[in-house]
Design a protein around this ligand. Sequence first.
Ligand code: GDP
Ligand code: MN
Length: 375
Amino acid sequence: MKLHEYQSKELLGKNGMPIMPGRVAASAAEVPEIVEEIGLPVVLKAQVHVGGRGKAGGVRVVGSMEDVVPTAEKILGLTIKGLPVKKLLVTRACDIAKEFYFGVIFDREKRACTMILSGEGGVDIEETAKENPEAILKITSDTRGKIYDFQVRRAAAAMGVPRELHNQFIKLALALYDMFVDMDLTLLEINPLVVTDEGNLVLVDAKIITDDNAMYRRKEIKEFERADPENPDEVKAKEYGLSYVKLDGNVGCIVNGAGLAMATMDMVKHFGGEPANFLDIGGSSNTEKMKQAMKLILSDKNVKSILINIFGGITRCDDVAAGFIGALRSENIDRPVFIRLSGTNEEIAREMLEKENISADTRMEDAVKKAVAVK
Ligand code: GDP
Ligand code: MN
């Protein structure tokens, strides 16, 4: 799960990391009160899950009270890389003497954690990585998962951290590293990590991605998901035991098993269609799940046709048919549905569907072609 900057900073702040005070707002009207509380100058920052907000006009320093609301309105009206800005982080601005890059990643290739550091931090880090890769330093953890003081000290000198700040910088870098490990993160990125004119270190931007497999023991992070879901439909689907990922196409897919779901999406594309989603109803059959799956797909306005592809093993075709018939009764199914059934209790399922005047294909290809043909 990707955390917003304001959520990342909340975690960092709770762990004693140096961040400027601030709060999140969902409308321009809420901003003046926050500004009065934290004091001018402030930075207004668009909260969207993409980088490069600064360059897109989504990060603005405001020095006077009368500019606060107009600037907030401007940012809340932006769409950055396709994402509408719904929330703003209002934070006290700090003056910046120098910007550093700091990151930790879960490095699958090295089977370790890697700390990434650069003296060329700020909004052009991607270019630096391409054109001047030697300006980017990497420290990979040892077999015990540790990164040591002396390694960070060497990097601090090489990347131009002022001499008098070395001890403070090393302490901060290692504390961030510990937080990365302790909180089950897969990415912790601070860009920029700044030195202020007074010579303090401050974390100005923060990006966190969590390891979802560990979320059962990360209550504080799960809470973020509940309070501000990235995609409410995906969260709702999870509650019903469905794996759902929304995509941009218009063929809604309901499939049992992740492998078959992927094969179905491939086949939809092969015949010139675009899947509207990935949806795995899972290995066990359950009529309620099927109903919820139909509901979810129907709520997607892009969907033009619905493809149900079931290969019955543990999942029984008759349970799926019962679920579908149930949905037929309770939902307004206003788009064509194509069904492919094969496997356990296929015959029973066909009989049930025939009573409702519904036919189902046996071959996946046939149903896929029909679903793709709907325009
Ligand atoms: P990003 O563009 O999405 O990475 O957003 P950042 O939060 O990193 O902000 C982009 C840039 O805006 C930073 O690299 C800084 O140069 C500038 N910036 C952000 N916050 C402040 C601040 O408090 N004071 C000053 N002077 N500049 C800031
Ligand atoms: Mn940044």
